[in-house]
Design a protein around this ligand. Structure first.
Ligand SMILES: Cc1cc2nc3c(=O)[nH]c(=O)nc-3n(C[C@H](O)[C@H](O)[C@H](O)COP(=O)(O)OP(=O)(O)OC[C@H]3O[C@@H](n4cnc5c(N)ncnc54)[C@H](O)[C@@H]3O)c2cc1C
Length: 553
């Protein structure tokens, strides 16, 4: 299958600036991208329609803010309807800074680049490199790589897509119901829908209905530890675990990070984290994860994917971890950074739709598969808010069900949501049933004040109704709250009494659990402020405490 090069489009009414932009873009990106220029917003939109008709992808726009007739902001308002995934860079001058910052909120630009953009290696290429990397991992291009043949209504297919998407491994999704080529591929290999999902690899090999471990091994990710003993074992590869991995391995500790799925955690599901210091236009959870994983590996952290920790034992100063394949690995220190996971809907028969039309936090993986369809989002907090904004780029309509009388999402998301014409908010409303034949077709809703029920057409339901700490595997080992959050530090010291069974003649350290040498960080820990920055901070603080602990051995 041949793919034309993705396009980088430069738009500026000043011919000198436009030529210079074109030259600088061509110099670095001319090999992999087609550089297209236009001298007005209107001319650029005309080109975009042609590209869309020809099936040519656009990766990035670099557009001048101040252009006569159509400003850069007005151009972006139209362009996102044609190429929602393309990254948007606004070219500005110093006095335009406030307008550019407003554009972050109104049209979600990805970066505002101040003119002049030289030296290129300092101001221009690093920004574009990172935006293009981000675009590549969020877009599915027809290409000669891994092809996944499956069905939209199949949870096994969803799991495979989710795994590949979250590990930033490019793949092409081929829906057997919509894609003739998908059916042909199955026929050629004497398989049928019952065998799906099937993965076709460029080397001619195939994986039929693979487990996560088979998938991880096939794409070159480790599922088995290289050594039997480490300084630190980190359980969980969300922001807390990755942060601790980066700082501990940078400090020279021998670190193993074990993740039951793929690194990223809940943050990896965020289409855009906008409240992280240093990222004024936001960063997607996948991009943050990609960078953190690369950083941790660079400092020497070993990462196991698709391996859950099922139990931890403490034998004096040695901690022993059991993995779900039955293997064991030991260390001096353990950090539990297992975060939280989505609360599941509690409706009769709902399980059969899980991953097959009802998705927990997976807006990122599935959004592009629901073009022009009707979607329902349940939840009124930040995670739901981000999901509905992403889904609205593709869907015909997004109906949002909020149990209470007001959403609780952050102020910076509110205006964008309320002015989005595709999003309809339904307050005091619960989902009571999902109907369909093979695929979801309608949902039944109930107003929890009036008791009135209604039905809506719906092709997919995205659920964000809360989360539960993932700590059951250490229920018999460490002290937890009733809700399952792990207690640490002085939280466990009551009336001067250290936790029951505490063997040492010192208080537990700040993030230390009721077992010396076992620490907890991030959303799984009691008393933490949930969020990416807090988790990263916890991970970092934990490393300082590791050294304190090691100095006592
Ligand atoms: C869609 C969405 C959007 C969000 N947006 C924002 C935002 O914009 N800003 C913000 O500040 N916060 C945001 N959050 C919240 C933020 O992502 C979390 O607070 C943060 O990820 C918590 O980090 P953590 O490392 O503690 O846990 P998690 O991110 O939950 O990671 C825990 C990891 O541990 C793994 N794990 C669990 N049990 C085991 C086991 N037994 N063995 C091995 N591995 C295990 C899990 O698979 C997971 O990968 C968002 C959350 C969601 C869901």
């Amino acid at each position: 299958m041949h793919m034309s090069k993705p396009v980088i489009m430069a738009v500026d009414d000043d011919p000198v600036v436009l030529s210079s932009l074109e030259r600088d873009l061509r110099q670095k990106y001319g090999g992999d991208y087609r550089i297209v220029k236009a001298k007005s917003g209107a001319a650029a939109l005309e080109v975009l329609h042609k590209l869309e008709r020809g099936g040519e992808p656009v990766a990035l726009f670099l557009v001048d803010l101040r252009m006569p007739e159509m400003t850069g902001v007005q151009f972006f308002e139209e362009a996102v309807l044609i190429f929602p995934e393309a990254r948007k860079v606004l070219l500005t001058t110093y006095p335009d800074t406030q307008t550019a910052i407003n554009a972050i909120n109104t049209i979600s630009i990805d970066y505002h680049l101040m003119k002049p953009w030289h030296p290129l290696e300092e101001h221009f290429y690093p920004v574009l490199d990172s935006l293009l990397d981000e675009w590549r991992i969020n877009v599915w291009l027809p290409y000669e790589g891994i092809r996944v043949v499956g069905a939209m209504g199949s949870s096994a297919s969803h799991e495979v897509k989710n795994f590949l998407a979250c590990t930033s491994i490019p793949y092409q999704w081929m829906d057997i119901e919509r894609d003739e080529e998908a059916r042909r591929l199955l026929e050629l290999t004497s398989m049928s829908e019952a065998d799906t999902p099937v993965l076709f690899f460029p080397d001619g090999s195939r994986l039929v209905q693979p487990t996560q471990q088979q998938l991880a091994e096939k794409v070159g990710l480790s599922t088995r530890a290289e050594y039997t003993f480490y300084d630190v074992i980190i359980v969980g590869g969300g922001p807390a675990g990755l942060s601790a991995a980066v700082y501990a391995s940078a400090d020279g500790l021998k670190v193993l990070l074990i993740e039951r799925q793929m690194p990223g955690g809940q943050a990896g599901k965020s289409p855009k984290i906008e409240n992280l210091l240093g990222f004024p236009t936001g960063i997607s959870g996948r991009e943050l994860t990609r960078r953190a994983v690369a950083q941790a590996r660079r400092f020497g952290t070993e990462i196991l994917t698709a391996q859950a920790v099922t139990g931890i034992r403490s034998e004096g100063e040695t901690k022993i971890v059991t993995l779900d394949d039955g293997s064991q690995v030991s260390s001096k220190i353990i950090l539990i950074a297992t975060g939280a996971w989505f609360t599941l809907l509690d409706l009769p028969g709902i399980e059969k739709w899980s991953g097959a039309g009802v998705y927990y936090g997976a807006a990122h993986t599935e959004a592009a598969n629901y073009k022009n369809q009707d979607l329902v989002v349940i939840g009124g907090a930040n995670a739901a808010a981000q999901a509905m904004l992403l889904l609205s780029k593709y869907a015909r309509k997004v109906t949002v069900l909020i149990r209470g009388s007001d959403p609780t999402w952050s102020k910076y998301l509110d205006e964008t949501i309320r002015t989005n014409e595709k999003i309809e908010l339904m307050l005091n409303t619960d989902l009571v049933a999902v109907q369909g034949d093979g695929k979801i077709q309608t949902v039944t809703l109930k107003n929890n004040l009036s008791g009135e029920s209604t039905s809506l057409p719906a092709d997919g339901v995205f659920v964000f109704i809360g989360e539960e700490p993932q700590s059951d595997f250490v229920a018999d080992l460490v002290m937890r709250t009733e809700s399952g959050h792990i207690l640490t530090g002085l939280d466990m010291v009551k009336d001067g009494q250290r936790p029951p069974g505490w063997p040492l003649n010192r208080d537990p350290l700040l993030l230390e659990t009721s077992v010396p040498g076992i620490f907890a960080a991030g959303d799984v820990r009691n008393g933490t402020k949930h969020g990416v920055a807090a988790a990263i901070g916890d991970g970092n603080a934990a490393v300082t405490l590791f050294w304190q602990y090691l100095s006592t051995l």
